[in-house]
Each structure stands twice: as C-alpha cells, then as structure tokens.
Design a protein around this ligand. Structure first.
Ligand SMILES: Cc1cc2nc3c(=O)[nH]c(=O)nc-3n(C[C@H](O)[C@H](O)[C@H](O)COP(=O)(O)OP(=O)(O)OC[C@H]3O[C@@H](n4cnc5c(N)ncnc54)[C@H](O)[C@@H]3O)c2cc1C
Length: 383
C-alpha cells in the first residue's frame, strides 16, 4: 500500500470517527484522521454494558466510573392519558445479574478522553480540516490538498458527504418531533435510575448524571420545543416541573437547552468499493432506548474485526474490506433500526391497536421474567 498517503483515511471527528480512527491505528494501520473543529457536542450518551466493555477493551476509556454515571434502574411511566395505558414499570439491572445496565457519559468528556488516547498513537495523524470532495480512493480537503488511501471510513454524520460521493444509497424519514436536551439539578435526586415519562408526542427522560444532576432528553413537536426554549428559563422550568409530575422537588437549570432535529436514516449497505460508513453516516434514530452511539460502536468493533480477518495487501484490499464489512453489519443494522423505528412509532401512535400492543408488551415484560431478560439482551445489543 505504498502509493498511498495512508492505509486508511477516517473522515469525521465525532465519537464514532474518533473511536474508529483509534481502533484502526491500534490494529497497526497507518491512519490519517480528517477531523475539522466542530462545535461542542452537548449530547450525553447512555452506553450499555457491551459498549462500555468494548471501549475498555479497545483502550478508549479506563474505569467508566471516572467519567460516567452508572444506570442501575429504568423506570417507565405512561403519561399518555390514553384509554389503554401501560403499567408503571421498573427494570432493575440486578434482575439480569448485572451491577448496571450501562453508563451515562457527557459526549464532550468521552471526546476529550478519546483525544488523549489518539495523541499517544504514532501511526495516527490528525488533520483539522474538512473534506470537500471524494473521488475513488482520493479526498480533497478544505485547504485544497488531496489525500488517498485504499480504505476510506465515512464517519461524517447524518449529512455524510462521503456516503453521497461514494454512491452509497440511503433512506431518511424526517419527523416533526425534535429532542431538547439540557442538564438539570433536582432537589430530589434520581440516583442511578433513568426515569422515562411517555407522553403522546414522545418521551420526557431524565438520565442520571451524578449527585443531584440529571440529563434531560425531551422529545416533542419541534414547534413546542422551540417555543419552550424561546420562553426562557422560567417557562422551561415550569414545563419541566409539570412534565416530571413534580416528583423531584425544585428543579434548576444547570446548562442552556439545545434542540436536535430527529429522523430515521438507514443504508441498505454500509460499505462498497473501498468506502465504509460508521456511526450516523450509516444510521440515525430518535434517541429512545439509547441505541445510536451503541450501534455506532458496534460498527467500529465490526470494522476492527473485518480488518483483522482480511489478509493485507493486494490491489483490491480496500474493496474486500468494504464488502466484508457491509456483509458483517447488515443483520445488526436492519434489526436495531427496525426495533427503534417500531418503538418510536408505537409511542406516538394514536391507533388503538398500537396502544394495546405497547401496553400489553409492557404488562408482559412486567410479569414474565424470561421475557424481561430477553428484552434486556435486545436493548443492550447483545449478539
Ligand atoms: C438528543 C440525543 C440524545 C442521544 N442519546 C444517546 C444515548 O443516550 N445513547 C446512544 O447510544 N446514542 C445517543 N444518541 C445518538 C448519538 O449521539 C449519536 O449516534 C452519535 O453521537 C453520532 O456520532 P457520529 O460520530 O456518528 O456523528 P456526529 O457526532 O454527527 O459526528 C460527525 C462528525 O463529522 C464531521 N463532519 C461532517 N462533515 C464533514 C466533512 N465533510 N469533512 C470532515 N468532517 C465532517 C462533523 O464535524 C462531526 O464532528 C443521542 C442523539 C441525540 C440527538
């Protein structure tokens, strides 16, 4: 692979791109990471046990407790006011013989941690530039320079330039709902319990962030969220008290609020002709069931496994890796995308059959331990 600038180019400096660049360099490939400066990522990520195990094994983080907060329980409260409602349900990690379902991390803390690791790798070079074009095995950067490699990893998010330029098909359905996120301090803390209130327009979820702090993810109509934000702190706090059914005492804002548009995006194949897609370049969903980055980290794990299984060398090395990676990812992407999409639509459905199914499903989960264990395994992405 001597005619190229590197063995692998990774495009995109979000969490999926950072994790991919580090894992690929750790596997011994000369890697150039093309990662332009981006605004701080204000989201938080609940990562399930298998994702956290992967991060530790790949040397991306040390002890999760040093930068994250354990999720030991999940409480679901049906606040839809519909005719057929689900029972209030509390899931405990102890039922699955686990100390925690996973951990909640601030994305900026994970990114800082990944950057520290990247700096220790001599075969990983970072360029703080964007990509403006891709043709075959060559990308053009924002300063007009070009780089080429037999394998190009598109980790450039939902609007991926790499995906479009490589001719990889995608399908996206945009929702009228969006997600408002911010940090809150609660007079009555939630400990390790993630609390989800299910409203007709989407869930209102408080995720443990240590001490009195919780990260809020509120899904609702975009217009409702924009109006709430425009109303200022007093309007927001009054809405938060009402939506959380005043269960947590006085609430104070610990950060500004940010709103993210929501869509479902999927690709029929996550790689071809020497280009592979990881993270939101390949899949995006509404943040329910905490699947997005968990799935992105499984992309990275499968890419590392594909690289390990593909003999190096030969003119078609990149092409073989991209094809095998797409094959390896197909089932997980289809299954996870299908589950999250169905769950989101069932939460929003006005149709009685869908409400019955959802409520019936939660009753079944509440009453049947084997079903609960199966649901835990699915939710945690166990394969
Ligand atoms: C409100 C909310 C809450 C969420 N909560 C969870 C959760 O609890 N658990 C979970 O698993 N997931 C969660 N997710 C999903 C998770 O945040 C995403 O899946 C993950 O952060 C996506 O990372 P990424 O690196 O693929 O994409 P991004 O973070 O979008 O990064 C893409 C990067 O590519 C760069 N880029 C774009 N174009 C170019 C270009 N032309 N050249 C070079 N670089 C480029 C951008 O600057 C950016 O840095 C949540 C999402 C939202 C919206």
């Amino acid at each position: 692979m001597t005619d190229f600038d590197a063995d692998v180019l990774v495009v995109g400096g979000g969490l999926a791109g950072m994790a991919a660049a580090i894992s690929i360099a750790r596997a011994g490939f000369d890697t150039i990471h093309i990662a332009p400066e981006a605004p701080p990522d204000r989201r938080t990520s609940a990562l399930m046990g298998p994702s956290v195990d992967f991060l530790r094994q790949a040397g991306l983080i040390g002890e999760p407790a040093a930068i994250g907060h354990a999720l030991t329980h999940i409480r679901i409260i049906d606040a839809t006011g519909r005719l057929i409602r689900a029972p209030e349900t509390l899931f405990s990690a102890a039922e699955a013989d686990l100390p925690a379902f996973g951990w909640n991390f601030a994305n900026i803390r994970l990114l800082d941690q990944f950057r520290d690791v990247a700096r220790t790798l001599t075969n990983l070079e970072t360029r703080n530039l964007g990509v403006t074009a891709l043709s075959g095995d060559t990308v053009t950067l924002t300063d007009g320079s070009r780089l080429s490699a037999p394998l190009i990893v598109g980790a450039d998010g939902k609007g991926s330039l790499v995906r479009g330029a490589a001719g990889l098909a995608m399908r996206e359905t945009r929702f009228s709902q969006a997600a408002l996120v911010c940090d809150l301090d609660l007079a009555r803390p939630i400990g390790g319990t993630s609390v989800e209130f299910h409203y007709p327009n989407g869930p209102f979820t408080l995720v443990p962030a240590g001490g009195n702090r919780a990260n809020l993810v509120w899904i609702d109509e975009r217009a409702t969220l924009d109006a709430a934000r425009a109303g200022g702190p007093d309007t927001l706090l009054a809405l938060f008290a009402e939506k959380s059914q005043r269960l947590f005492g006085a609430i104070t804002l610990a950060s500004p609020a940010f709103v993210f548009p929501l869509s479902v995006l999927s690709v029929p194949r996550a790689g071809d002709r020497g280009v592979v897609l990881v993270g939101e370049a390949a899949h995006a969903f509404p943040p329910i069931g905490a699947q997005g980055l968990n799935l992105g980290l499984r992309d990275v794990a499968d890419l590392a496994a594909t690289l390990a299984a593909t003999p190096r060398g030969g003119a078609d090395w990149g092409e073989r890796v991209s094809r095998d990676y797409a094959d390896r990812r197909a089932a997980d992407l289809a299954r996870t995308g299908g589950i999250v999409d169905a769950l989101f639509r069932s939460l929003l459905a006005d149709m009685l059959p869908a409400q019955m199914l959802r409520a019936g499903g939660l009753w079944a989960l509440r009453l049947a331990p084997p079903l609960r264990r199966r649901a835990f395994a699915l939710g945690m992405g166990q394969r």
